[in-house]
Design a protein around this ligand. Structure first.
Ligand code: UTP
Length: 291
């Protein structure tokens, strides 16, 4: 199965850092965010990855390509481990790059990838700024698609007051943490929200989605929303969902990114002890200053 990773967005919540650099290349300790998303796909046996990119996203293409100058330098310097690390990334996947010329929304970005996908094939979509750990959600999407033969969407629980940041689903439970989607709304108000189950950025779609995307008009924020195409798909086909049990890191906003770095650094054997000591010291100093 092929996967689409849309990475053409502006990343405006991270300006000025994203003026010349994709937000998907921000490092989580020493690995860019996008590599974690790619590794989850690889671990699920998905190698053909279609990146929907834009003019300002060249660094992503370079990251998954070979870099002869750097490799030569590392070889000469006898830095074998680093050389292997850098080389391996170039051979991880079979990347396909398509440009979204205008950033018209996530739905439009997915539709832009269509020429690279088989007309009759189901396909995956993973968002380029959401890392999910301790559970391979892509494997789960594939398993459930095999079981039901339909589209499947990963959901996660969010605090009620945060529903207006996400696509929110109305669901009917059919099994332990498996649901049928009855309705879906993009960024509803707390009052409008049919639940607190939010779309988390991992999807598997049947090819019926293409026709719906083609007909989707600009919605919330004037963007062509993937959520609206899913809503149209629901009129025709069952769409299944499951609740993610792993930890979700939204690196596309500042606080989410900071939390990601702290958690990942604390899990690194080469950093955790000293970093923890530093964090404790910071907390102590800050609480003293507040008193
Ligand atoms: P976001 O709204 O989270 O990302 O879109 P953004 O637009 O890059 O960030 P802000 O809001 O300006 O800070 C969700 C995903 O959809 C992609 C983004 O790259 C992101 O991974 N996207 C969004 C596109 O590829 N094209 C678009 O036109 C819009």
């Amino acid at each position: 199965m092929k996967a689409i990773i849309p990475v053409a967005g502006w990343g405006s919540r991270f300006l000025p850092a994203t003026k010349a650099m994709p937000k998907e290349m921000l490092p989580v300790v020493d690995k860019p965010v996008i590599q974690y998303i790619v590794e989850e796909l690889l671990d699920a046996g998905v190698y053909d990855i279609v990146f929907v990119t834009g003019r300002h996203k060249r660094a992503i293409e370079d990251h998954f390509d070979i870099n002869p100058d750097l490799e030569q330098h590392l070889e000469k310097a006898g830095k074998k481990e680093l050389l292997e690390l850098v080389r391996n990334i170039s051979y991880l996947i079979n990347p396909i790059y398509i440009r979204q010329k205008q950033q018209l929304g996530l739905g439009h970005a997915v539709l832009t990838a269509r020429p690279a996908l088989g007309a009759e094939e189901p396909f995956l979509v993973s968002l380029g700024d959401i890392i999910i750990r301790k559970e391979n959600t892509v494997k789960r999407l594939i398993e459930l698609h095999k079981r039901f033969g339909k589209s499947v969407i990963a959901l996660f629980e969010v605090p009620r007051e945060e529903v207006s940041k996400y696509g929110i689903a109305k669901v009917k439970k059919i099994d332990e943490s498996i649901y049928l989607i009855e309705d879906i709304v993009e960024k509803p108000s707390v009052e409008e929200a049919p639940s607190n189950l939010a779309v988390v950025g991992r999807y598997l779609f049947t090819p019926s989605l293409w026709e719906k995307l083609e007909k989707t008009k600009p919605g919330k924020g004037g963007e062509i929303q993937l959520t609206d195409a899913i809503k149209a798909l629901l009129q025709e086909e069952a769409v299944y969902a499951f609740k993610v049990t792993g930890k979700v890191y939204d690196t596309g906003n500042k606080l989410g990114f900071l939390k990601t770095i702290v958690d990942f650094a604390l899990e690194r054997p080469d950093l955790s002890a000293e970093f923890m000591e530093y964090l404790q010291q910071v907390v102590k100093e800050n609480s003293k200053a507040k008193k």
